[in-house]
Design a protein around this ligand. Structure first.
Ligand SMILES: O=C([O-])CC(=O)C(=O)O
Ligand SMILES: [Mg+2]
Length: 245
C-alpha cells in the first residue's frame, strides 16, 4: 500500500483540480489505471460559492445495536461523531462511511453548521441527512444520497476516525483529496494529486476549445478527439506567436 499521508499538497495543484472538475479528473485517473474513484449516487446540497476540494478526514459508522446506541450516548461530548466534527481542520472534508445505509441520517443541520463554522471544505456521506432544508442553505458543499428524518443512532454507530474507509464503494484514505462539483465527488489518491494536476489543467483547456468548436457547428470527426488540424488551430488559439514561427 502507498502510504502517502505525508506527501505535501501544493495549493496550486488543488486549484488546478478544482478548475478542471470531476469529469476531467476521473479521466486523468483512468489514464493511470484507476477506474473506481468516483463516489456514485450522491446528490449535492448547500450553496457553496466554490467547488469542494480538500483532504479527507474520515469517520466510520458500523451498524447500531439497540443495547449500545441509545440517545444518552450523545451526553458524551467525546462521542466519536461529535469528536470528528470538532477535529476536522480548515480546508478538510469530513467523509463518512455510512455503508450506503440511508434509513437513518448520517448527520443534521446543527452538526454541519458547526463543520462550516470550522471552515471545513465540505461534508460527504454515502448515507442521508436530516434537516435537509437547513443544510441546503449552508455556504459549504455537502454530498449525500438524500434526506431521512431519523437520527443516526437508530442505525449507525460512529466507531472510529482517520482510518481508511469505503464511501459509495470507493476506498478513501485519510489525506486523499476529495473534489466535488455538480457531477458529484471524486477521490484522488494523495500521491497522485501532483501527477495529474497539470495534465488535468491541459485537458480542461483543450476541451473548452473543442466545446466551443462543437457549439459553433463543428462535427465530432476531426474535433472530438481532435485531429492534427484541430490541434494546430488550438495551438494557434492558445499561443498565436508560436503558431506563426
Ligand atoms: O441527531 C442527529 O442526527 C444530528 C442532528 O439532528 C443535527 O446535527 O442537527
Ligand atoms: Mg437536527
Amino acid at each position: 500500500m502507498t502510504d502517502s499521508s505525508t506527501t505535501p499538497l501544493d495549493p496550486d495543484d488543488l486549484g488546478a483540480l478544482a478548475e478542471a472538475g470531476t469529469a476531467t479528473v476521473t479521466t486523468q485517473l483512468f489514464k493511470l489505471g484507476l477506474r473506481n474513484t468516483f463516489l456514485a449516487g450522491l446528490r449535492t446540497y448547500g450553496r457553496p460559492t466554490r467547488r469542494m476540494v480538500g483532504e479527507a478526514f474520515t469517520l466510520r459508522y458500523i451498524p447500531a445495536r439497540e443495547d449500545i446506541d441509545v440517545l444518552d450516548v450523545f451526553d458524551d461530548y467525546d462521542h466519536p461523531q461529535r469528536l470528528a466534527v470538532e477535529s476536522v481542520g480548515p480546508g478538510q472534508v469530513l467523509v463518512v462511511d455510512s455503508r450506503n445505509e440511508g434509513r437513518a441520517a448520517s448527520a443534521g443541520h446543527i452538526l454541519l453548521t458547526r463543520l462550516a463554522a470550522r471552515h471545513a471544505a465540505g461534508f460527504v456521506t454515502d448515507g442521508t441527512l436530516r434537516d435537509i432544508a437547513g443544510i441546503d442553505e449552508l455556504p459549504m458543499p455537502v454530498y449525500a444520497t438524500g434526506p431521512a428524518a431519523m437520527t443516526n443512532l437508530a442505525l449507525h454507530h460512529a466507531v472510529d476516525m482517520q482510518l481508511p474507509i469505503g464511501c459509495a464503494g470507493v476506498a478513501v484514505y485519510p489525506g486523499d483529496v476529495l473534489l466535488g462539483d455538480a457531477d458529484g465527488v471524486v477521490c484522488v489518491p494523495r500521491h497522485l494529486v501532483a501527477v495529474i494536476a497539470n495534465p488535468a489543467r491541459e485537458q480542461e483547456e483543450l476541451e473548452a476549445f473543442l466545446q466551443q468548436r462543437v457549439a459553433g457547428g463543428a462535427p465530432l470527426r476531426g474535433t472530438y478527439p481532435p485531429d492534427e488540424a484541430t490541434l494546430r488551430a488550438y495551438r494557434a488559439f492558445t499561443r498565436p506567436s508560436a503558431a506563426v514561427s
